[in-house]
Design a protein around this ligand. Structure first.
Ligand SMILES: NS(=O)(=O)c1cccc(F)c1F
Ligand SMILES: [Zn+2]
Length: 268
């Protein structure tokens, strides 16, 4: 089956910022797709929103690999060692992986935007609802199955905790390469303040685009150095066998219609 070319609204398409991302034309019911632009003045303060509670065990880090669209750092999610609770969530969610999206320059790369402001990259920490499902693969297809924390990256000072990950990237340059990756604390990638966030109901931003995600987008960004981000761009979309090597850049989805959804904020 040839994947139909994803039609996009011309404004987004016209600029070279827009990757002609091959994606399904429409998603069944598609009225809660991600990413979106977060219009700050239209977000609604919800005083019932609690602080986020994350517990991560660096020893459960297993591998880092290039899946041909981003690079993923994967954790052992067979026990409750890495959990996300609180915030907008009623259940306990388990971390299964984190990954990033970035641009070919520092001018764009994030998936979500804040009042149309683009960031050079965005981190996604993907968790699944272990109270209701027994596997990530199940949860990904179900409403209230996933909770993804989004953190914006800005270019500035070097992020010491990120360097171990940056040093591993040259060993997974090509699609489908994987290396063992141990002892990495994903908590070191969260901003100092995790109490201030926006939250809304959306979807995966990559296939299968299922509408199973409670998004929690941090207000505070983290900083990484120009050189650290440049190493992200040294990754390749293509496998070692392919003739033409393509740099892994602009691996973000275009913004999706809000379709009447409300974005709630945990802060004023
Ligand atoms: N970009 S993303 O956070 O929406 C995402 C991507 C792949 C698998 C996921 F479970 C997921 F949540
Ligand atoms: Zn993502």
């Amino acid at each position: 089956r040839v994947t139909p070319v994803r039609r996009c609204n011309l404004t987004a398409c016209s600029s070279k910022m827009h990757p002609m991302w091959q994606g399904p034309l429409a998603v069944p019911g598609g009225d809660r797709q991600s990413p979106i632009d977060i219009v700050v003045r239209k977000s609604v303060l919800d005083t019932e929103l609690k602080p986020l509670k994350t517990t991560y065990d660096p020893k459960t880090c297993q591998q880092i690999w290039n899946n041909g669209y981003s690079f993923l750092v994967e954790y052992d999610d067979t026990t409750d060692k890495n959990t996300l609770k609180g915030g907008p969530l009623q259940d306990t969610f388990r971390l299964c992986q984190f990954h990033f999206h970035w641009g070919e320059t520092n001018d764009w790369g994030s998936e979500h935007t804040v009042d149309r402001r683009l960031f050079p990259a965005e981190l996604h920490l993907v968790h699944w609802n272990a109270d209701r499902y027994s596997l990530f693969e199940e949860a990904v297809m179900e409403d209230n199955g996933l909770a993804v924390i989004g953190v914006f990256l800005k270019v500035g000072k070097r992020h010491e905790g990120l360097q171990k990950l940056v040093d591993a990237l040259p060993t997974i340059r090509h699609k489908d390469s994987v290396v063992e990756f141990t002892c990495f604390d994903p908590g070191c990638l969260l901003p100092a303040n995790t109490d201030d966030y926006w939250t809304y109901h959306g979807s995966l931003t990559t296939p299968p685009l299922t509408e199973s995600v409670t998004w929690i987008v941090m207000k505070q960004h983290i900083e990484v150095s120009h050189d650290q981000l440049a190493v992200f761009r040294s990754l390749l979309f293509t496998s070692a066998e392919e003739e033409v090597q393509k740099s892994m850049v602009n691996n973000f989805r275009v913004q999706q219609p809000l379709r009447g959804r409300t974005v709630r904020s945990s802060f004023t």
